[in-house]
Write a protein of this length. Sequence first.
Length: 167
Amino acid sequence: MSDQPAPRRIILLALLGGLCLAPLTGASAQTAQDQAVALDAVRRLGLGRNLSQLAVQAGMRTQTYTMVATQLGPFRAHALLSQHVQEVAPRYQEAWDRNLAAAHLERLTAPELASLAELGPRSPAVPKWMAEQAAIGTAMQARSSDLLQRMLAEVLAGIFQSMPPSR
């Protein structure tokens, strides 16, 4: 029994280990409870509902899409892109929403986000939220550009698989 550390020592070591690692993860101020509150707020406010729209816009700017549009025409290419985005987006929505929650927690507190979700435009946190939109957007872009690229790669691969063979 003396070989095992006392429970107090284990807790202290765990806390110190967490404090040492927290700055490396960038989530030192975010507790699991804060993250849950932020994720709930993101979902209740519908903040992640633009994932499909952003994916379509980003997809249209790719060279791959240009090739598809050249072969199929712009209307058919856009319809195909939109269709594949709608099929793929649900697989990425959870990660997108979590990234949104984390980006918001960089600038707002969990109670502020809960207030926004609960009170909407009547929330006292609205002015701060509006003032922080650019910073939140920048944080979200940094967190999610890889996710959006992976999603687009899957979408564009699906488009090529569904295209008729060229003559």
